[in-house]
Design a protein around this ligand. Sequence first.
Ligand code: KG4
Ligand code: ZN
Length: 337
Amino acid sequence: MTILGIETSCDDTALALYSEAQGILAEVIGSQAAQHTLYGGVVPEIAARDHLKQLLPLLTRLLHDAEFKLSDLTGIAYTAGPGLLGAVMVGAAFARALAFALAIPAIGIHHIEGHLLSPMLESIHPSFPFVALIVSGGHTLLVNVEAIGKYQLLGQSLDDAAGEAFDKSAKLMGLDYPGGPEIELRARQGRPRFSFSRPMVNRPGFDFSFSGLKTQVANTWASSDKSSQTIADISYALQETISDTLLIKARRALEAVGGKRLVLVGGVSANQVIRARLSDGLAQAGYKVYFPALRHSTDNAAMIAYAGAKRLKAGQYDKDLLITARARWSLVDLVPL
Ligand code: KG4
Ligand code: ZN
């Protein structure tokens, strides 16, 4: 079984070929970051138009890299949401039409389910059940994962996602989009000069809130000199606060559900300090932490192809020719395999 995965929910046009027997055969990605940097964030209309431009050339490259023929595909998995609606629609229409032409199944995948399963592509991967901490540009979620499709939402961000706190703080200090990698880079030169309060850690439960942190960054920036050392010191404090907050909430969730394993996924899980803080902090408490490969922390199509393979094998695919694209879609509405 070989599945073509297509991901277009935000600003990355990504395609991957996943074989059940051999794993990932090839993957290609066209980043639009340079175009969105001009505006300090993703412009939905530009994202959708660029996916349209990039999809066919990227597909041609993918097939060439893998020396693979379209006629050998078993199915096509695509991100059906949640995400920027226009961007999702381009990928969904492309995937559904191609599957129709090849007379093979199309499988609409939930983007967050893709992230949540991304560590399964690694040779050392978790077994079920596990707790998933999903930290991306649009979501911060703690989910109890019993099996594929059996998701219990434990907590989520009540306002900004962790990635948004990185992106908005970076923008404020004049750094490029996406802000996360920029903040991580600057924080390496940072000193422990500022300290921000950790949002919501003294309240019970598993919810997050990161918009107050952005305000703390804004106030500190406004009252400081605008040197590169100040940028480094604020970046350091921001990264520390987010790392600690994620660790505290993840440990609390593991304790509450009696879990043993945590998977840390989504764009923010590419951050080395956050990875180390969670794996060290949770190892001390007897838990094991799993991550995707770095290139699968941020948006990618391998995770979509993998989720598609699992769902197709269970007989779950788009049974009609309606094209599904959703801006909002709750993870808990998914059905088990
Ligand atoms: O999962 P993702 O690629 O897209 C969404 O589904 O949102 O996550 C993108 C987010 C952005 O907010 C970006 O700034 C953040 O992940 N990010 C990082 C790092 N790399 C990407 N945040 C912190 N440190 C990083 N190294
Ligand atoms: Zn994502």
